[in-house]
Design a binder for this molecule. Structure first.
Ligand code: SF4
Length: 200
């Protein structure tokens, strides 16, 4: 039988397996919180995630094809959600003048209000993190960024806008450096989702 992080005995013998199971619990917490938000807004979890994404990202990313990659879903699934959000008048479409088959999605006033309210759905996870020391938070952030980078390289997580995958990022003995900001980045300044990210 193969070693499994969910085998309680084998899990107890390995820090990596305990981390895998801990991350699974946290993923469950995200799902639960998103479903709670879903009940309150009468929107599906992916519809809520689309609204939150539109609220915080530039218009060139607010297209069906980009959203499909962002959420690792098919364009057809994203298009279905977009259709419902249009019917509910939470978003509107603007035609792309350069490509007649493409359009940009924007929040309406009502959509902005819903997105702003829903964007706090993960606060229950953020709150306990404030009780950690700065050192603990930096170690956790650094470990998670490395994990996300590896999952991205393995093709499991698709789009990334983090420092480690950015053309402006340099890592040397002196530490992390951003050539765009022309500044050294200390551990807690590394970005998970940077608007200036340029794929390396
Ligand atoms: S541009 Fe943003 S993502 Fe890229 S290295 Fe600088 S801070 Fe990091």
């Amino acid at each position: 039988m193969r070693v499994s992080p969910f085998n309680i005995q084998q899990q107890a013998e390995s820090t990596e397996r305990k981390i895998v199971v801990a991350l699974e619990r946290i993923a469950t917490a995200f799902r639960v919180l998103l479903w709670q938000e879903s009940k309150e807004t009468a929107l599906s979890p992916i519809q809520i995630q689309i609204l939150i994404f539109l609220l915080f990202h530039s218009s060139e990313k607010c297209k069906v094809s980009y959203l499909a990659q962002e959420f690792n879903m098919t364009k057809a699934t994203i298009s279905d959600s977009v259709k419902i959000l249009l019917e509910k008048k939470l978003i509107k479409k603007t035609d792309d003048l350069a490509d007649t088959r493409s359009y940009t999605i924007e929040l309406t006033h009502a959509g902005k209000k819903t997105a702003e309210k829903s964007s706090n759905f993960a606060f229950a996870i953020e709150k306990p993190l404030t009780s950690l020391t700065n050192e603990q938070k930096e170690t956790m952030l650094s470990g998670l960024l490395t994990l996300i980078h590896q999952l991205n390289k393995a093709g499991i997580i698709t789009i990334q806008r983090m420092c480690f995958t950015c053309a402006h990022y340099q890592n040397s003995k002196a530490g992390h450096y951003c050539t765009l900001l022309q500044s050294r980045l200390v551990a807690n300044e590394l970005r998970v989702d940077c608007p200036e990210h340029t794929l390396a």
